[in-house]
Design a protein around this ligand. Structure first.
Ligand code: ACO
Length: 363
C-alpha cells in the first residue's frame, strides 16, 4: 500500500455538513452557499442548520438557547480565569474548555459552542486587569462576544463579527475538524472532541497564522508605499501573506464575504480608523496587480486570511486572540462533525507502515 503523507487524496468521511469546491470557488454549508447564507442569515441560523439532525431536541429559539449556554459557561469558568492570566490566551481557552462537562446531548453541544466566546472574553478581561462583563442572555451571539470583551457592539461591528463567525463555521475535512471526528469516532464525548480540535487549530499551519498579514500592513505603512514594498518583497522571493490558496483555484468565496463585512466598518466611529482599512485596500490592489504579472500562469487571489486580519484588527481584537475568535466560529463545525461521526461513522483507525528495525532472529 502506498503511504499518502498528509492524506490529501484520501476520502476519510462522508458528510452532509459542508463541501469545498476549489475549482468553482464555492463553499456549501448544509446545501446553501456561503454567500447566500451571509446575505440572508445570522450565525444562530447557521448553528441551527448545522445541528439539525445531529442533536435532539433542537431549540426552537437558538438565540435564547445560546444566551443560556453562555450564562452557564460563564458561571462555570469565571472564577478560574485569574489562575490563567499569564498563559497565552489560546492555552487559557483550552484549559477553561477542559473544565466543562462532557456528553453528547443538546445542552453539552450548546455549551461548547458558547465556550470559546465566553472563555476568551473572560481571559482577555482578566489579563488586562479589568472587571469581567457577564453575558447578556437575550443578545445575539456576535454582539454579546464584543460586549463581553469590552469592545464596541454597535450594529456595524456586531454584523461584521457575525459574518466572520458564519464564514469560518465549517470548511470540509480541515485538520481541526478531522481531529474532532477521530476523537468522536472512539465514543468520547463532544467536549473531548472539541478540545482536540482546538489543539489542532492552535498550530500556525491551521488557525495560528493570521498575524503575518498585519505584519505586512505594518511594513507597507502607507498606501503610497504599497506598490514599491510589494515589488521589493516579490523581488526578494517572498510570498505575500493573505494571497493564494491550496484548494481554491479561483477566488476564495470567504474572502468576498469578509471583504463585504469589512466594508460595514467603514465610517463606523466605534471601531478602528478608516485609515487602516484604506491601507488594506491599497495593499490588496497592489498585490493582485503585482501577482498577476509575477505569476501570469497561476491565479493568485486574495484569501480568507487577508480580510480576517483586517476585520479582527478593526474590531479591536488583540492579535494573539485571533485564533480564539476563529474557534468561536469553527466550534459549531467541530460539534456537528463530532455528532455526525458518532452517529453514522466508524472508529477511525488507519494503518501505518513500519520503517524501524526488525528484531534479530534467534540463532
Ligand atoms: N505570494 C507570492 N507567490 C506566491 C504566493 C504568494 N502568496 N502563493 C503562491 N505563490 C507562488 C509560489 O512561490 C510558487 O512559485 P514557483 O512555482 O515559482 O515556486 C507558485 O506560486 C505556486 O506555489 P504553491 O506553494 O505551489 O501554491 P499552493 O497553491 O500550493 O500554495 C499557499 C498555497 C500555501 C496558501 C500559498 O499561496 C501561500 O504561501 N500563500 C501565502 C500564505 C497565506 O496567505 N496563507 C493562508 C492561506 S488561507 C488558509 O490556509 C486558511
Amino acid at each position: 500500500m502506498d503511504v499518502e503523507n498528509g492524506l490529501e487524496n484520501v476520502v476519510a468521511a462522508e458528510t452532509a455538513l459542508s463541501h469545498v469546491d476549489g475549482a468553482a470557488g464555492k463553499l456549501i454549508i448544509c446545501g446553501r452557499s456561503l454567500d447566500t447564507l451571509a446575505a440572508n442569515h445570522a450565525y444562530e441560523d447557521v448553528v441551527a442548520l448545522m445541528l439539525t439532525g445531529q442533536v435532539a431536541p433542537l431549540p426552537e429559539d437558538m438565540t435564547a438557547a445560546l444566551g443560556r449556554a453562555r450564562a452557564e459557561v460563564y458561571e462555570s469558568v469565571a472564577g478560574f480565569a485569574p489562575e490563567l492570566g499569564a498563559m497565552p490566551v489560546i492555552d487559557g481557552l483550552r484549559t477553561l474548555m477542559a473544565m466543562l462537562p462532557d456528553g453528547d446531548d443538546t445542552e453539552t453541544a450548546l455549551r461548547l459552542i458558547a465556550a470559546p466566546a465566553v472563555c476568551t472574553a473572560v481571559l482577555l478581561r482578566t489579563r488586562s486587569g479589568r472587571a469581567l462583563i457577564p453575558p447578556r442572555r437575550e443578545a445575539r451571539h456576535a454582539a454579546d462576544i464584543l460586549h463581553m470583551c469590552g469592545l464596541s457592539d454597535a450594529d456595524g461591528p456586531a454584523t461584521a463579527l457575525d459574518r466572520y463567525l458564519m464564514t469560518v463555521t465549517d470548511h470540509g475535512l480541515n485538520a481541526s475538524t478531522f481531529a474532532a471526528r477521530v476523537v468522536a469516532s472512539t465514543g468520547a464525548g463532544l467536549a473531548s472532541a472539541a478540545i482536540a480540535a482546538l489543539c489542532a487549530l492552535k498550530g500556525p499551519l491551521h488557525g495560528g497564522a493570521p498575524g503575518p498579514v498585519l505584519d505586512m500592513l505594518d511594513g507597507v505603512g502607507t498606501p503610497e508605499n504599497a506598490a514599491r514594498w510589494i515589488a521589493d518583497a516579490l523581488g526578494r522571493g517572498k510570498r505575500l501573506m493573505g494571497f493564494g490558496h491550496r484548494v481554491y483555484r479561483v477566488r476564495d468565496p470567504r474572502a468576498d464575504v469578509l471583504r463585504g463585512a469589512v466594508q460595514l466598518l467603514r465610517n463606523d466611529d466605534s471601531v478602528a480608523t478608516n485609515e487602516r482599512l484604506a491601507l488594506a485596500e491599497a495593499v490588496e490592489a497592489a498585490a493582485l496587480d503585482a501577482l498577476a504579472r509575477h505569476k501570469p500562469d497561476r491565479k493568485l487571489e486574495t484569501n480568507v486570511e487577508f480580510y480576517t486580519a483586517t476585520l479582527l484588527e478593526a474590531l479591536g481584537v488583540p492579535r494573539d486572540a485571533f485564533t480564539c475568535v476563529f474557534a468561536m466560529g469553527r466550534v459549531t463545525g467541530w460539534v456537528a462533525h463530532a455528532r455526525e461521526q458518532a452517529r453514522t461513522g466508524r472508529l477511525i483507525r488507519p494503518q501505518s507502515r513500519y520503517t524501524g528495525p526488525m528484531p534479530e532472529r534467534a540463532a
